[in-house]
Design a binder for this molecule. Structure first.
Ligand SMILES: Cc1cc2nc3c(=O)[nH]c(=O)nc-3n(C[C@H](O)[C@H](O)[C@H](O)COP(=O)(O)OP(=O)(O)OC[C@H]3O[C@@H](n4cnc5c(N)ncnc54)[C@H](O)[C@@H]3O)c2cc1C
Length: 446
């Protein structure tokens, strides 16, 4: 362990988008940088898998930002490989498809009883501004959107998404999730009144976002090339297994076969791993894993074309489906159609259903929701477990995180960044913004 010694570079742990943007900025400043990545590929959650001629992102991944500097930055990296795409996203609830953001026509698609109950909530139960302290995810949604929408959509979706009941989840998760689902901050959706207004207004807003022509992973792959061209080092399939500390400084980062003497460490991997390495008491923060099915069909079997859709109904075994070719035609082979299914890693499945049984259940669900035709068969399948897909905002996550951050304050040369390092439900644009700030704040003289 730690035979070869490399001296005084800045060590970036994790080659997701955050780690790569930080590394690229530091290299541009003329600093020496080594990036350590556990996987055999860079990009983290924002990578694209190549599998038997198909290209798959880890679920739908589009770039969007209200900050023009960030959009410019993404353009600078990708140039003409970045395309602007019109959004086509749906939600599926009570066996029916609705546009998201909602359009006026969707009212007529609601069951009559559901429409009546929503209107009743609207008149009697909705708080336009909540003055009481927020309690949890469930109360946050019920207060703003009413019991009916909560029961038929949000409750089931959160059970399926995080395998955790909505009253055990912090209200910040609800706020963050809704903002991310709408993405355009001009389309307010703070409560049922806003949603009602959305029915009349959403058409006026552009619902475009950006996407690299060969998959979201192109952004990370391009950054990797730029970093390497400028002399930076990226070590994939390498893990930080230990860290030595002296005089409140991280003095040695230990990998399987070598050790690095860092000037500074930028940590973008999960906080729980850092806590374990530093022998902090057990850090009870939860990162939820995701089970992703990448499926191949004959093109003629595909009945629907949209980029992504949320499925809240309990009988459907997954919570989101996306169709890569609707992001870029380069992602599919001619004559074939690929589909990405995301489902929560429910422990009970692992014991009760074999992968083959799950595959059958998913195929039947795809037929029921009318995405593929009744005779369709899966031509090829890749199943992946994605660890650390979501930071779970349990009711006490803020205190647990703050305790650990307090403990870390004594160490002079470590900085946390990114979705995992901050334990924050960041999107890619927010990760880029955070990475640029972190790189800006690095003092080259330390
Ligand atoms: C299903 C899904 C869909 C999403 N869709 C969108 C979207 O449409 N738009 C959007 O903007 N954002 C989206 N996001 C969020 C986006 O993927 C993340 O915000 C972003 O990719 C996080 O980048 P990161 O570098 O901070 O973290 P990560 O990508 O998680 O990178 C952390 C890296 O650290 C590595 N690592 C872990 N442990 C170690 C170790 N011990 N040593 C070395 N390396 C280690 C990991 O392998 C990983 O590569 C989505 C996320 C998910 C899960």
């Amino acid at each position: 362990m730690g035979d070869k010694i490399i001296k005084k570079p800045i060590v970036v742990v994790g080659a997701g988008l955050t780690g790569l943007v930080v590394a690229h900025e530091l290299i541009k400043k003329g600093l020496s940088v080594i990036v350590i990545e556990k996987e055999n590929q860079v990009g983290g959650l924002g990578r694209t898998l190549n599998y038997n001629g198909m290209k798959f992102d880890i679920g739908p991944h589009r770039f969007y930002s209200n900050n023009e500097e960030i959009v410019d930055y993404i353009y600078q990296i990708l140039g003409s490989n970045l395309k602007e795409i019109k959004r086509s996203s749906l939600i599926y609830c009570q066996g029916r498809y609705f546009n998201w953001p909602l359009s006026f026509i969707d009212i007529f698609n609601l069951r009559f009883k559901t429409l009546f109950l929503i209107l009743r909530d609207f008149v009697f139960n909705i708080k336009i501004v909540s003055i009481e302290p927020e309690v949890n995810y469930a109360s946050y949604i019920k207060d703003r959107y009413g019991k009916t929408i909560y029961n038929i959509f949000f409750k089931n979706l959160s059970d399926k998404f995080l395998s955790c009941s909505a009253d055990k989840i912090h209200w910040i998760w609800a706020k963050a999730g809704i903002e991310k689902a709408v993405i355009d901050e001009r389309i307010y959706s703070r409560n049922l009144k806003d949603v009602a207004l959305m029915l009349f207004r959403s058409k006026k807003f552009t619902k475009n976002y950006f996407y690299p022509i060969n998959g979201v992973g192109m952004f990370a792959d391009t950054l990797m090339s730029l970093i390497k061209d400028k002399g930076g080092v990226i070590k994939t399939s390498e893990e930080v297994i230990d860290i030595e500390i002296k005089d409140k400084q991280l003095t040695k980062v230990i990998l399987k076969n070598e050790a690095i003497l860092p000037s500074q460490v930028i940590w973008t991997a999960p906080l729980t791993i850092l806590a374990r390495i530093l022998n902090y008491k057990e850090l009870k923060l939860i990162y939820h894993p995701l089970q992703v099915f990448f499926l191949l069909f004959e093109e003629q079997d595909l009945l629907k074309k949209f980029q992504w859709c949320y499925y809240s109904d309990k009988n459907i075994s997954f919570h989101r489906l996306s169709i890569p070719s609707c992001f870029s035609s380069n992602l599919a082979m001619p004559g074939k159609a690929s589909i990405i299914i995301e489902r929560s890693y429910d422990k009970s499945d692992e014991y009760s259903l074999s992968p083959l049984e799950l595959k059958e259940k998913i195929l039947n669900d795809l037929k029921e929701i009318r995405v593929v035709n009744k005779t369709a068969q899966i031509q090829d399948i890749l199943i992946k477990r994605i660890d650390n897909a979501y930071p779970v905002y349990t009711l006490d996550f803020v205190e647990k995180k703050d305790d650990f951050l307090d403990y870390l304050k004594v160490f002079k040369n470590i900085k946390l960044a990114g979705r995992q390092g901050l334990f924050w439900y960041n999107n890619m644009d927010e990760c880029i913004e955070n990475a640029l700030e972190v790189a800006e704040g690095i003092n080259p003289l330390i």
